[in-house]
Design a protein around this ligand. Sequence first.
Ligand SMILES: NC(=O)c1ccc[n+]([C@@H]2O[C@H](COP(=O)([O-])OP(=O)(O)OC[C@H]3O[C@@H](n4cnc5c(N)ncnc54)[C@H](OP(=O)(O)O)[C@@H]3O)[C@@H](O)[C@H]2O)c1
Length: 507
Amino acid sequence: MEKNIDPCIIIIFGATGDLTNRKLLPALYKLEFESLLHKESKIIAFARKSKDNEQFRKESLKAIKNFSKFKVNNEVWKRLSNKIVYHQSEFQDIKGYNKLKNLIKKICSKSSGKCNRIFYLAAPPSFFEVIINNLKKSGLAISEKSWSRVVFEKPFGHDLKSAKKLNKAIKKAFKENEIYRIDHYLGKELVQNLLVLRFANSIFDPIWNKKYIDHVQITVAEDLGVETRGNYYDKSGALKDIIQNHMMQLIVLTAMEPPVSLDADDVREEKVKVLRSIRAFTLKEVSKIAVRGQYGSGTINNKRVKAYREEDKIEKNSNTETFAALKLNIDNWRWLNVPFYLRTGKRLKERVAEINIVFKQNPGILFNEHVKNIEPNMLIVRIQPEEGISLQFSAKIPGKKMIVDNVRMDFCHECKFGPNTPDAYERLLYDVMIGDQTLFTSWDMVEHSWKIVDKISKAWKNGKVTSYNAGSWGPKEADVLIEKDKRKWYKPQKSIYSTLLQNSTTQ
Ligand SMILES: NC(=O)c1ccc[n+]([C@@H]2O[C@H](COP(=O)([O-])OP(=O)(O)OC[C@H]3O[C@@H](n4cnc5c(N)ncnc54)[C@H](OP(=O)(O)O)[C@@H]3O)[C@@H](O)[C@H]2O)c1
């Protein structure tokens, strides 16, 4: 990352929360470590509990030690901690914003005259509108001779109607080029690498279309359950929590046309065209293209785990899906009749996020009698846990007989570039500071993905969710969804390097 950063004041709303502790503070620490926070920049931590600067700084250090990948360097921490100020207020209380305004004025008067502001809403979504309205009322949103930007965590609304209402309220206070809607998947290295893979490699570009690609599979699987997020998750479910945002981003990055340039507007324009091309379906057709499930009890990593309905803060008769699978078609020139199969869920067999580009198979005339479980050529983009790209093709097994098997060429991101890859939040915070919106979601994208998700959600309103065993790959219906097209889900495979990496970290 470059180092042409303006000084700014980052105001974190919800600064004592889980997200700030686990993600934002470690990211800010790393940015300070890399000297990517301007020496005049400040961080104002806005939350409800009463505490002084010293107490908040102490808790922040503890969070950074707990959640950062790196050992804390005292010099770096000292520099960061001097930048942090705690501001106690209720989100609803306008007086708190007036005091915040005075605090900001005081900080600015001591700096070189720049009074740039980032308002980071790491707050419960039910407060987004309240905070925005108070920022407007108090005059904090308007900046003279400086810039001001506002960052929203997901979810952006819980359906199209609520997203529109929220967006309308934001637009009264901020312009679109000041609004940063986070989808942290876009900050992940391998997700950013998708455009490079597609458009910087002459070998992939000519075959990235309906002529050579049979279908695309996208899996975002977690082995964890709802953990402490029961309250939120039971009202949301897998469709809204993962498909509406992260998986839609993965589809568009896989399917979009080359943008005119890498500027935010050009990239976003191409992305939204993909969503607009997704084949429309009726409420009745939802059962043919979408499957849902909810985890029952089961075994993961040799440990018994309880059913979703037995988890903390979950309704005993909850009908919320913890698994969703979809088949979508993109009706454009490049992708006509190339289905995109998506699946996501909690308490699945393992934690993995990957995109499989499955190529059409050659006629088997020559090797039909000599194959051993032969699979099609596949390009696999592994987003997590270990990041990399694998190309699967067929090769002869050594020996006197002609037997053909599947082999893989692996690119392991960490082996090549080391473990210092910036965390998604580090990259995204940096981009907000330099004013680059490319890795943030535009309103058009939010609107179109809610349109698709709302339809499925409406069809699922009545009817019962089916159960699947924790530790499996989801309900049987998800297999049927793909098998009726004479295809199958491919089991994620670890690259040959993952064991090497594991060994090197345990040594
Ligand atoms: N946690 C995650 O992994 C995660 C992942 C993706 C997105 N998100 C999103 O990030 C946002 C924050 O989530 P979170 O998990 O960090 O929430 P959280 O742990 O519940 O934290 C909420 C924060 O808001 C503050 N707060 C709540 N009500 C307040 C009020 N009336 N006035 C002032 N402060 C108030 C709390 O302050 P006090 O502690 O002082 O009460 C706390 O700092 C949400 O939009 C969530 O959807 C979170």
